[in-house]
Every structure is written in C-alpha cells, then in structure tokens.
Design a protein around this ligand. Structure first.
Ligand SMILES: [Zn+2]
Length: 112
C-alpha cells in the first residue's frame, strides 16, 4: 500500500465503511493509520486544567491499513493502487481501475 499522510482514503470494512477522510498518522510498523473522522471514540473527561470545559472528547483510533483504499479522484471511489515507473524515471502510484496517476512515490533516480 502506498498511502501517505494527507492522502484521502475510503474505508472499505466495518462501521465506517464508505467513510472518506484524510490520513492523519501512519504507523508502518503496526500497519495502522489514523483517518480523520474514522473510528472515532468518545471519551468523557472531567474538568481539568487541560480541559476546563470537561465533557466529551472525540478521538480517532487507528485502523488497519488494509481496511482502507486510496481514493481516486477520477473514479470517485477507493481503488487498488499499483506502482510504476513514470517517463522521467520517478516512481508513481496509479489507479488500477482507470490507470491515472495518483502522485509520485519516489523521485527520479539521478544519473551518475
Ligand atoms: Zn481511477
């Protein structure tokens, strides 16, 4: 999976199926990521210095990377992605459905 922070992804399983959001954090070691508005849990907090209001705090919990798909703007939905070499030698992600580019993964290798 070639997902990076600030990508927009679509959740494909669970309670948040179909929900789209921005990737906030990626934990590659755990294979998890946090998506804005997805897998939100509410925590009730007492009034404290940090939270003078107290009340309900919402927090997104991580989801498995395999539970989300990168959103393809052209297809308008979450899609499987692949990696390929672009003409300039850089590596890019592409949509396996419409094969449009979904952005660069790594820059072109410099010729020595
Ligand atoms: Zn597409």
């Amino acid at each position: 999976m070639h997902i990076r922070t600030n990508d927009t992804v679509e959740v494909i399983v669970g309670d948040d199926k179909g929900v789209r959001g921005k990737v906030l954090v990626i934990d590659r070691e755990e294979g998890r990521l946090v998506v804005e508005g997805v897998n939100r849990v509410y925590k009730h907090v007492r009034r404290s210095q940090k939270n003078p209001q107290g009340g309900r705090l919402s927090k997104e919990m991580p989801v498995q990377i395999s539970n989300v798909l990168l959103l393809c703007n052209k297809c308008g939905r979450g899609v499987r992605t692949g990696a390929r070499l672009a003409k300039d030698g850089s590596k890019e992600r592409f949509c396996r459905k419409c094969s449009s580019s979904l952005g660069q993964i790594s820059p072109a290798k410099k010729k020595k």
